[in-house]
Design a protein around this ligand. Structure first.
Ligand code: FMN
Length: 279
């Protein structure tokens, strides 16, 4: 697969993976490719934990489910993220951002209007949304043949310090490389951020993975070969939409739009390929 094809096809896989174990040479390729990422002074501050042990994956799946339930029940999840929620295709297209919930069980749909009220977290929980999301999280993590955790060396990753910013920048390069390589290998990848967003569950994960004091656990993903027939989650979303070129770009200085010739230049990314399906 060429690079542009991988960039076109890269997306979050939020469906279960095929149960097939990931081949050793693919795991090796993923890590070796990720390690080609640029890092400040070639410091390579990242380390990777590949997790294939079933019992451990089950424990992590339970942690993901429990974290989701806790964050939903006290309203934290909705309060933190509602500004990214889109419930109709028009607002997804209009903003060109956020995640569009295109799959919501019928009993929860009338509540959508309430998402922006303070009461919605507890209300959604009472109606079972916390349990549905927790079960979906647990099942989807459990379905993965491989989890990958990334740590950063705390000597480099010091929030507020320049090296802390640089560590985060190189982490992004690592993650995008992993994502493009999984795409090229017909694999998929998904963040499981919910555990790290809930301090007590994050602490249990650190312990379960034996992360030492001098390392910060900064990300964890589920990975596997894509299964085109996999069922969707009970509550699910898509996020194919992107902001248009002219909205993203300033020319020479902030506030000056790109010249018309540049705005009208043909798209090499999409010229021979269909745009992803829009919300
Ligand atoms: C730091 C970070 C954390 C994320 N956490 C999650 C997550 O916990 N679960 C999830 O499904 N997607 C997560 N995502 C993926 C984004 O939702 C996704 O990249 C975005 O909606 C665009 O969709 P796409 O990846 O399919 O292009 C995360 C992305 C980033 C960069």
């Amino acid at each position: 697969m060429d690079l542009l094809e991988a960039i076109r096809r890269r997306k979050t896989t939020n469906t279960p993976f095929a149960p097939t174990p990931v081949r050793d040479e693919h795991k090796r390729l993923l890590i070796e490719a990720a390690a080609r990422a640029p890092s400040h002074f070639n410091s390579q501050p990242w380390r990777f934990i590949l997790i294939e042990d079933r019992a451990r994956i089950e424990r992590i799946a339970d942690l993901a489910g429990a974290a989701m339930k806790a964050l939903m029940e006290d309203g934290r999840f909705v309060a933190r993220y509602r500004r990214y929620f889109r419930f109709d295709p028009q607002s997804a297209l209009h903003t060109g951002s956020g995640i569009y919930f295109d799959r919501i069980p019928a009993p929860l749909r009338p509540l959508v209007q309430l998402v922006f009220s303070e009461q919605v977290g507890p209300l959604l929980s009472r109606l079972g949304a916390a349990t549905i999301l927790a079960n979906d999280q647990r099942n989807i993590v459990r379905s993965a043949p491989l989890l990958l955790a990334i740590t950063l060396d705390k000597q480099e990753y010091q929030p507020g310090e320049l090296s802390g910013l640089y560590a985060v920048i190189t982490l992004g390069a690592v993650i995008q490389t992993l994502w493009l390589v999984t795409t090229a290998l017909e694999m998929g990848m998904q963040f499981i951020s919910v555990i790290l967003e809930s301090p007590p569950h994050a602490a249990q994960l650190v312990e379960l993975l034996g992360v030492p004091e001098d390392q910060a656990l900064v990300a964890i993903f589920r990975m596997g070969y894509r299964d085109p027939n996999a069922p969707r989650n009970t509550i699910d979303w898509t996020s194919n939409q992107r902001k248009p070129f002219h909205e993203l770009v300033h020319y020479n200085a902030w506030g000056t739009p790109a010249p018309q010739t540049l705005r009208d230049a043909p798209s090499l990314l999409w010229q021979d390929a269909a745009l992803p399906e829009q919300p």
